[in-house]
Every structure is written in C-alpha cells, then in structure tokens.
Design a protein around this ligand. Structure first.
Ligand code: ATP
Ligand code: MG
Length: 451
C-alpha cells in the first residue's frame, strides 16, 4: 500500500459515459451525485469537472486530504458504479518546473514503499505514462516520459523501465490549465451511474446467484429494490436476516434499496395439498412472480430481476422458465442466464456476498420440495393444476403476510397499498394503466441503433 503523500486532489475517470453525446451531462451529474454520496465521509469538498474528468478537492480551507480521507477513498470508490478508476494525486500548474518539483518531493517515498517485498538484487520495474492534451506544453508525451526517466534513473539506479509490468507506475496528465500527477489507481466497477437505468425489483434469495444478478443490474445504472420469499414457520427467522445482510452489502453499490419479505407458506400449503408434487416448484415460482409484480407496482419498478440460469436446476430449463414467465405480467430480466456457475462465483467473491450466501439456512423453495420435479412442464398441465387453486385469494393471503424489512434494525414494517395494487398489477397487458410516476421518471434519449 502506498503511503499518504498529502494529496490535494482526487481525479475520477469514467469510460462509457464519454460515449453518451448530448446525454453525457445527465450521466455525469448522476456520477457526481453518487461520488459525493459515497465520499461524504470526506467532509466538505469542491468538485471541478473538466473534459471527461471529475476532480475532488478538500474543502473548508484544507489544502490536502487527510490519511483517513485516503483510506475512505480506497474503501468506497470500488463500489461507485459508472466510475472506471480514480487516483488520489497532486494537482499542479502545467509548467515543467512545477511538475519536476512535485516528482522530486514525492517519488522517493513511493520508491521506498515499492521496495517492500523485493530482494536487494531485484530491479524496481517502473513506467511513466504521460498524456499531454495541451499542445502548447513544450514537450510531447514521449519526450516528457524520457525526460523524467533520465532524471529518475540518475538518482535511483535500481529503476528499470518496464512498460508492461511496472511495480511503480507514475501517471502524468497535462491539460491547458492544470497538470495532475499520481502513483495509484483505484479501480471502479465501470458501467453506468446509479439512477440512469430506471428501477427494478429483484427476487433475492439467500443463494449465490441472485445477489450477483442484482449487482449486474446496478452496474447498468438500475436502482434495485429487493423481494424475498420465506415460509415461516417452516423456514427460520435467520433466513430474513441473511437476505437482509445480503441486501445491505448490495446497497453499497447504490443507495436505499428496499427489501420486502413475503411469507409464501399459505400458497405453498395449498399447492402441496391440491396439486401434483412434480409441479410444486414451478407453481411456487408462478406465485412469486405475480406477487413480485404487485410489489413492483407499489415500488415503482419497471421489471423483475432473477438469478435464473439455464439448466442450473429443474425449474430453470427453458420450458420451465417460459411457464414461469407466462404468469408474470411484468418483464423478467435474467442477467445470469448464460453465465457459468464458476464465473458467477468469482463475481460473488469479488462483491463480498459469497461468504454470506454460502452460510447455510433452509430456504423457501426447499419447503415441501418434491423428489421428482418436472423438467419440461407443459403449459396447459401447469394451468390445469393452477385451476384447482384460488390464485387471487392466495395472493391476497400472502400479501397479508408481506412486510418491509428495515436493513439497519431488521424490524418488520407494514407496506401500504399492496392489496389495492393487485388488480392493476395483474391485469392483462394492454389493460394495465402505467405504474406509479416514479417508474416513469427516467426518460432518456439514447443514441439510435445503427442500421
Ligand atoms: P440463487 O439462484 O440466488 O443462488 P437459489 O439457487 O436458492 O438462489 P434458484 O433455485 O436458483 O435459487 O432460483 C432461481 C432464482 O429465483 C433466484 O436466483 C432468485 O432470483 C429467485 N428465487 C428463488 N427462490 C427465491 C426466494 N425464496 N426468494 C426470492 N427469490 C427467489
Ligand atoms: Mg440458483
């Protein structure tokens, strides 16, 4: 870890937003908001935007960021969706002598820190990347790199220029009114900033896949609320705590995602007592997506999200997914559909949700789980099974047992307007009025498709 060098600026870079043409400012505003929110621990800051970069400076008359500020940047920035990378560093006047002085002041400390873990014979692999956008600056980029390499190699004989795998990387950007020098890059998740992609409602189980599906939607700028289904008293109260902790971990990538918890047990019992056992899981899922559609309407979400993945289990064959989708009056997004499990696991580990997901707690779908689930359910057979049930009555019974879980205290709170939303949410498409105004809030002009 590099030492705190008394930085006077943080530079934030984005990539995809740069392609947004006339809408760029909208995306950039959302990114600045997300960065400000994430970095509120830094106290007052000044934000300067300059041609594809966002600079943060310490406010309240402070000249440099404190060591705790630096720690906070390293902790928070990897979670700010829309950010490609950020670097704490030195903002300087774009004059060669100023830049030389700043390098002379800071390089030695970075060099010392880089020696940690190297044996005395090993070279210190070094690279400088200079980017000069101010054509009036007397040296071009490659000359700047050579100029500094000569100066530094003369003072630090163990340095070895290695542009491919440097251990010590210096970056220098020279713009018209400012130059920026840094030694560290904090990687962001990339993607698009929170709030640019509309709102969705994710079906969050305690498993490995659904938190990853939520993250992928957040990375595309969606605001994600969550719904989980449990079967108390057949599932333990820990299940909701576990899902609540997962939702809390996911909320690091956004702000304020809400968690609804639905007790599905009334519907499950009716299915167990009335329908053929091989259709149970599919019938559970059809209830889940209908109830989720009601919640989506109340929360103002435009789509549902699941962690489904083709062929993972019996309920996730294409035929069965189609039968489940047919029950949902709302679009279902399945971002993991074509993922390999191992890739999902890598992402789950990276997000920090894997350990929580692997913590074993009995879940709703295993309650009364059949030994012989149908892998290719026929639509008409499932409908015939469902015709034996009072579907709307059971939906209302489950909504009676639906609460919002406070993600700090885990207190269970009532949600208003659920029963009233049922008819509108479950009406056939075309007869459905638009959802709440919140759902229609983000209307964007995106670049047209080619061709
Ligand atoms: P995960 O898929 O998250 O690892 P899982 O393996 O328990 O969890 P699956 O049986 O694969 O779940 O279910 C597929 C998807 O259906 C889940 O990713 C999730 O979106 C949704 N789902 C299943 N069970 C529940 C539940 N109890 N509450 C909310 N959503 C659920
Ligand atoms: Mg799964």
């Amino acid at each position: 870890m590099l030492p705190d060098l008394g930085y006077n600026a943080l530079i934030c870079r984005y990539s995809e937003i740069a392609t947004k043409g006339r809408n760029r400012i909208f995306f950039e505003n959302r990114l600045v908001e997300a960065l400000r929110r994430g970095l509120r621990g830094l106290g007052k800051v000044t934000v300067v935007r300059e041609r594809g970069r966002i600079f943060f400076h310490p406010g309240d008359g402070r000249l440099v960021f404190a060591a705790e500020d630096l720690a906070e940047m390293r902790r928070v920035l990897p979670f700010v969706s829309g950010l490609s990378s950020a670097s704490p560093g030195f903002l300087l006047e774009p004059r060669l002598e100023q830049i030389e002085a700043a390098v002379d002041r800071s390089f030695g400390q970075v060099y010392e820190a880089t020696l940690t873990g190297l044996s005395a014979e090993q070279p210190v692999r070094y690279a400088m990347q200079a980017r000069r956008s101010d054509k009036a600056f007397p040296l071009i980029s490659s000359e700047i790199e050579r100029h500094f390499a000569e100066r530094l190699l003369a003072c630090y004989p163990r340095l070895l220029v290695d542009l491919e795998t440097p251990r010590l990387a210096v970056e220098l950007e020279i713009r018209k009114d400012r130059a920026f020098l840094c030694y560290e890059r904090i990687d962001g998740p990339g993607g698009l900033p929170p709030g640019t992609g509309g709102s969705v409602l994710a079906l969050l189980s305690g498993g490995i896949d659904s938190p990853v599906a939520c993250y992928l939607m957040m990375k595309r700028g969606c605001l994600v609320d969550y719904v989980t289904f449990h079967s108390e008293p057949y599932t333990p109260p820990e299940l909701i705590l576990k899902v609540g902790r997962l939702a809390g971990q996911l909320n690091r990538f956004q702000f304020g995602g809400r968690l609804a918890a639905v007790n599905l047990v009334e519907a499950q019992k009716a299915i167990r007592d009335t329908c053929e056992s091989r259709y149970r899981t599919i019938l559970y899922r059809r209830f889940m997506v209908r109830i989720a559609a009601v919640l989506a309407r109340v929360y103002g979400a435009k789509a549902l999200v699941t962690g489904d993945n083709i062929g993972q289990v019996a309920s996730q064959t294409l035929s069965n997914l189609a039968v489940v989708s047919a029950a949902a009056p709302t679009m279902i997004l399945r971002p993991l559909l074509a993922f390999d499990k191992k890739d999902t696991m890598v992402l789950a580990r990276h997000l920090g949700t894997l350990a929580e997901s692997e913590h074993s707690v009995p879940d709703s779908c295993t309650v009364f789980a059949p030994a012989d689930p149908a892998t290719s359910a026929k639509f008409y057979r499932v409908e015939a099974q469902e015709a034996r049930l009072d579907v709307m009555g059971l939906i209302h019974a489950c909504l009676d047992a639906t609460v919002q879980v406070d993600l700090t205290t885990f207190e269970r709170l009532p949600i208003r307007g659920l029963h009233e939303a049922v008819d509108k949410a479950l009406a056939p498409p075309g007869r459905r009025p638009p959802a709440t105004p919140a759902a229609a809030a983000v209307v964007l002009e995106l670049p047209g498709d080619e061709g």
